[in-house]
Every structure is written in C-alpha cells, then in structure tokens.
Design a protein around this ligand. Sequence first.
Ligand SMILES: Nc1nc2c(ncn2[C@@H]2O[C@H](COP(=O)(O)OP(=O)(O)OP(=O)(O)O)[C@@H](O)[C@H]2O)c(=O)[nH]1
Ligand SMILES: [Mg+2]
Length: 314
Amino acid sequence: MAKSKSSLPPLSELIKKGARGDEAALARALSELERLGAQALHQAPELLEPSHPALRLGLTGPPGAGKSTLVSQLIRHLRQQELKVGVIAVDPSSPISQGAILGDRIRYSEHFLDSQVFIRSLGTRGSLGGLSASAYLMLRAFDLCAFDVVLVETVGVGQSEMDIMHVADEVMVVLVPESGDAVQAMKAGLLEIADVFVVNKADRPGASSLARELELSAQMSAESGRKSAEVVQTVATEGRGVDILVNRALASFNSPEGWKARRSSAERLRHEAKALLRQHWEHWVQKQTEGLKNTNDLLQLIASMSSNAKDGID
Ligand SMILES: Nc1nc2c(ncn2[C@@H]2O[C@H](COP(=O)(O)OP(=O)(O)OP(=O)(O)O)[C@@H](O)[C@H]2O)c(=O)[nH]1
Ligand SMILES: [Mg+2]
C-alpha cells in the first residue's frame, strides 16, 4: 500500500534533508519521484537547475558481464578520493524496484554502511525498454544532493543501452570474451555510444583478441572522423585494470567544462522530455482503457480523447 500523501513532507523538504546527508529522506524523495513522475518537476522545480551537477558515468553491457562488480570497485576507488558517490542500477528484468534492490543489496554490500555512498535499484517499468522517467528524475535529485559522481548501471539490452548515452557524461561498454566478437558490438551500435570499451573477465581466454578487434574498430572509427573509444582490459573480481577507469573518471571530474556544457544541451533535454511524457501518457492510456468493455466505449473514448488528453493524468 502506498503511504497516504499527507503523512509525507513535501518533496522539496525531503530533497533538502537528503542534501544535508539524511539518507532516509533521500530514499523517500526518490520514491516520491517514482510515484509522481513528471509532476515532480512542478512540485520541486529546483530539480531543473541543480547547482552542483554530479559526473555521471554509465556502465552498460550484456547480462553478467561484471558491471556491478566494476561499479563496486569504482565506488571503492572514488571513496578513496573522498568523493560522494551515487549509484542507480537499472534492472530491466524487474518490473518493480523491490526485486532489483534485493540482488544489488548483495552485490554492493561492502558499501552499504558508508554514508557517502547511496545506491538505488530501479526497474524499467513503463518505459518501453528505455530508461524510465524515474531514472532521469533521480539523477537530477542526486545532482541536488551534492553527489560528486553517479554511476548508472544498465543491462545492455535494447533501448536502455542507447539511452545511457543521453544521460551519462561518459559511457563504458562492458564486454566479456564470451559475449561474442567485436563485430557483434558494432552491429548493436555500441561503437557510437562507447567512450571506453571495457573488456572484463580478462582472466578468461579470448580477452586479448576481443580487445584487439575493438581497438581496430575504434581506430577505423577515428580515421573516419567519428568517436574513438579507448579499450581497457579488466579483471573486475581482482580489481585489475580498474585504476585506468578510475583515472579517466577523475580526469573528467576535474575538468568538467565539456560535460557540463553537454549536460545542458537541448538534445539531452529532448530525450529526458520524451521519457517523462511517455510515462505520463502510458499512465493516462492505462487509466482510460481500464473500464473499456465494448466498441461503444472505445468510440466514446476516442471522442473524448483530445479534451481528456489536455487534462493529463489524475
Ligand atoms: N572470472 C571473472 N569473473 C568475473 C569478473 N568480473 C565479474 N565476474 C563474475 O561474473 C558474475 C557476474 O558479475 P556481475 O558484476 O553481477 O555482472 P553484471 O554485469 O552486473 O550482471 P547483471 O547486472 O545481472 O547484468 C559474478 O559471478 C562475478 O563474480 C572477472 O573479471 N573475471
Ligand atoms: Mg549488475
């Protein structure tokens, strides 16, 4: 059961408390963002102009590639630099957040007691496979709550993989020797979104040849004037190669001009607006069709559509 609205402090209040380090308030704020969707921006317009944007590092790749293990390693290194770290783990297999939370409780357990690390798991409910409106809103909340770096983990299946490019300031595509060859990655359009190809599980056979293939593709991409990704081999379970990723992250963190400018681009805002509006209208369509029983109902619905649509949900 959802809590009654009146028992909750306003969203802005929760966010303010979250910014002062109250983790419980931040957790409740994020749940409110999930519940409210786009309306949250009305209730807490300060989300639109965060004064302290956190560097967003995206990690995407096939299931089981070692993304969470890498995230855990990255958190450890970033904490050594005394940076405040947020994590959003998007789990497409989970229609609701609860299922995802359980899995990541275990994966990130070593960081749970650290007050400067905040981890949130998120299902992709209602987002047609892409990043949900909630993810965009939560990232804004992390900005407002003075996080330095936010790691966004998405499983590389379908649209969410591509969406990561519109939210992350730097995208790491995590591949493993057994995930198929570089050509496969090219076909999936990964060359366009990757800033770094992480060849994880480099303790397994085939890692070097995958890395070479990726390097070759990156080189060809650079020669034709497109983005050229760095290729890094890692063994996440042992922390091998992670320092290279951390150094890249710190370099970006320490020279924010480029990514801060990209962050405020109209193109990014358009992608965010699409996610927000999509969720809003999906909710609306769901509500409108709940009671539909016959073709007459359908006709009536169509007739009233334009006026209802203007009112939106609730
Ligand atoms: N041999 C080896 N195993 C690894 C390495 N990195 C991670 N693993 C193991 O791979 C398995 C999956 O790791 P996760 O970090 O959960 O992978 P993930 O990409 O987050 O998985 P999903 O979130 O389910 O898509 C775990 O059993 C890890 O211990 C590595 O470098 N070498
Ligand atoms: Mg994971």
